[in-house]
Design a protein around this ligand. Sequence first.
Ligand code: UTP
Length: 325
Amino acid sequence: MRAIIPVAGVGSRLRPHTYALPKVLLNVAGKPILGHIIDKVRGEGITEATIVVGNMGEKIREYVSGAYPDFPVDYVEQEERLGLGHAIHLSEKTIGAEPILIILGDTIFDVDLAPVLQGKVSALGVKAVEDPRRFGVAEIQNGRIIRLVEKPEKPTTNLAIVGLYYIVHPRLLVECLNDLVTRDARTKGEYQLTDALQGMIDRGEMIVPFKVEGWYDCGKPETLLSTNRALLQKRSTSNAIPGVVINEPVYIAPSANLSNCIVGPNTSVGNNAEVSGCVIRNSIISEGARVQGMLLDNSIIGNGSVLTGSFKRINIGGESEIEFF
Ligand code: UTP
């Protein structure tokens, strides 16, 4: 089965990190977001993929071919970012009659997909959320989805569509996407995948929801950090390092060089990073970063960045109180 993974977005909410690296290559719990996604779909029996690239696509190709040399991938260029529906529309030539799985490039999932992928009906991953207005939502009747609405102002349901779409009749989806593009039917300025899926429902396609509890958003700095924390809590991997106090859970790449530090909890340190004289918690230190003499909390340090702190010289009398923020 083929997965379609759209990753052409600019990742504006994750600037400045996405000026240097596409969002899907940002590190979380020891590997790029895209690495988590590919590992997951391959573990579920996906044998090939279409990756829709745009922003810094060459870096994505380089990463995938280096990390997954035996995984067959077709790349599709989305030059203009006209929406998720448009990204899938451009993938048309790679989509056959066999079922496909569409999986968004900024979300990591922990859900057993086997029952979904073995099913004979199309299915969308959903999760009940507090504020559905930021998402596409699904209205359900008698166990099937009857209506999909993109970012509703007055939601009639709290079931958000989380970015996992199993489509058993992909040629019908292609037809509905072509229809949107031909009619230039945009919602909120973009060709929406939800509108094409609604087109499928209107033409009689049965689409059912499936619950996704393990849904880790990576779209914003705070969600990248909470995803880092959640993934580390499931799988902390660290060995003792002389001169370093480790507060689990952490991920420390074997090639990272740490000395005289207190690291963790909820901290990942990438390949070839150098960290010395630091106390770091709830943070991501990316590949090749150099951090020295810092107290860090809730921080994301990009690949190759250099951060140097210093000891303070203070001379105060008794009964004094100083707070540094
Ligand atoms: P987002 O809406 O999160 O967009 O897209 P984005 O560019 O990644 O991030 P922000 O909103 O600017 O911060 C969800 C997924 O769909 C892909 C994105 O790459 C992301 O994986 N996408 C979105 C495309 O491939 N093409 C599009 O035209 C839109």
